[in-house]
Structures are given as C-alpha cells and as structure tokens.
Design a protein around this ligand. Structure first.
Ligand SMILES: Nc1ncnc2c1ncn2[C@@H]1O[C@H](COP(=O)(O)OP(=O)(O)OP(=O)(O)O)[C@@H](O)[C@H]1O
Length: 229
C-alpha cells in the first residue's frame, strides 16, 4: 500500500511578538490502512500536529501531502473540499447535535455534503450504526444515550462520507477503561474492515500500545517512532 499522508519538515511557531516554536522539523509518513498512536505529555504539541495533519491549521513552514496532493498551495475552499472528502475527525467531546436522533446525527455530514440523503446513504448509516452497536437506540435523541454510546455515534458519523483517514484527538479521553477498550476494539475492526487509516492522540499508554505504530512527541520533536510488532 502507498503513503496516504506525508509531513515534510513541519515547523510551527505561534505568536508574532513573543514566538513559541511548538513543532520542530517534524517529518512523518503514514501508510494507507495503518493504525498509529501519538503520545506525549501535555503541551508537547500533539494537538497542534493533529490540526496540521487535518489541515485545520497551517504549518509555519514545511508541507503536508494528503492522498498524493500537496496541500500547501491550496485555497481555503480547496482545503475544505479535500478535508470533507478524505478526513473524518473524532474529538474527545463528540459535538453531537442534541435535538437530533442518533441516525440523523450519523447522516448529518452526508446531508451537508450532498444536500440530500439517498437510500444508499441511509443504508450505509444503518450499517455503521449496526457496526458500532447502536441499532436499538438509533431513533433516540443523542442526549438520551450514554457517554460511551455518544462516542460510538460520533465514530459512525465520522465514517459516513467514507474518509480514507480518521484523526482522533483523545477520542476516548472522557470514558472509563472498559468503554475505552470497547471503542478501541471497534476502531481496530473498522481499520481492518474498511481499510481506513487511523491516527489517534492518546495520553493513555495502555491504549497507545495497541496500535501498530507508536510515535512520541516531546517539546515539539518526534523522539520515538516504532512499529508495534
Ligand atoms: N493558538 C495558540 N497560540 C499560542 N500557543 C499555543 C496555541 N495552541 C497551542 N499553543 C501552545 O503550544 C504548545 C503545544 O500545545 P498542544 O495543544 O499542541 O499540546 P498537546 O500535546 O496537545 O497538549 P494536551 O495533551 O494538553 O492537549 C503548548 O505550549 C501550548 O500552550
């Protein structure tokens, strides 16, 4: 399989008067269908790196190539299109819409992208909901299910537009150990079944060790990058 994502000599500096360099010459390549964890202490630069990988933030220098396309010269609109078509995001806080049901929430990115919901999209939503084990509560409002179920709904939602890459910033951060494990197993199943590339930030070493590759960031430097055999 080829490289789905490449970071070349990424530097990130925040501030104009007082400058803080948060990332130092980070170069990383990710194979399609790989499963990677990124670990590091609070403030080490993980979220900054993830935002740059996801094109939500721009590096100060260096470039990001996604699915063979160099993103550095793209306009905001081009970036938004590439992002919508290629990347799914899972955050610690799921941002589900409270007035809508699980099914409606899962379908929302599709509806936004296509302005309609086809029978095929509906079938895919039902399939993803089944995959994350929420069929019984698919017509419940998102406020009427547990925290773990909400996070699973957010995972199904992140997959509705068939992204090649899923980026997770502490996707299990506010869940108990057992629910964390269930969700992690689910992500691994999705990785195997749908060949989705996963890059997950986690502060939990036990969780990180289940990935196929572990990258550690310290003070904005990659200090460890090992295959987890
Ligand atoms: N918008 C910003 N402006 C200035 N400094 C920032 C900004 N965002 C982050 N930083 C600084 O960059 C450094 C890295 O932050 P980042 O959020 O990437 O770390 P992190 O490893 O994700 O931390 P955590 O695990 O606590 O979320 C920190 O020192 C932070 O204060």
């Amino acid at each position: 399989m080829g490289k789905i994502l490449q970071l070349n000599n990424i530097n990130k500096v925040y501030g104009t008067k007082v400058k803080t360099q948060v990332l130092h010459d980070v170069s990383l390549a990710f194979e399609a269908a790989s499963f990677t964890s990124i670990i590091g202490q609070s403030g080490s630069g993980k979220s900054t790196l993830m935002n740059i990988i996801g094109t939500l933030d721009m590096p100060t220098s260096g470039n990001v190539t996604i699915a063979g396309k160099d993103t550095s010269a793209m306009s905001k609109n081009e970036l938004a299109t590439l992002r919508n078509e290629t990347i799914g995001f899972i955050f610690q806080f799921h941002h589900l819409l409270p007035e809508f049901t699980v099914l409606e929430n899962v379908l929302m990115p599709y509806r936004i992208k296509h302005n309609k919901v086809t029978d095929e999209a509906m079938k895919r939503a039902e399939y993803l909901i089944e995959m994350v084990g929420l069929t019984k509560v698919k017509n419940n409002r998102s406020t009427e299910i547990s925290g773990g179920q909400q996070q699973r709904a957010a995972i199904a939602r992140s997959l509705i537009n068939e992204p090649k890459i899923i980026l997770g910033d502490e996707p299990t951060g506010n869940l108990d150990t057992e629910t964390t494990q269930t969700i992690f197993n689910l992500l691994k199943d999705i990785n195997k079944e749908l060949k989705t590339t996963f890059i997950l930030i986690t502060h939990d070493k036990k969780v990180a060790e289940q990935a196929d590759r572990i990258i550690e960031i310290k003070d904005g430097h990659v200090i460890m990058d090992i295959p987890n055999l």
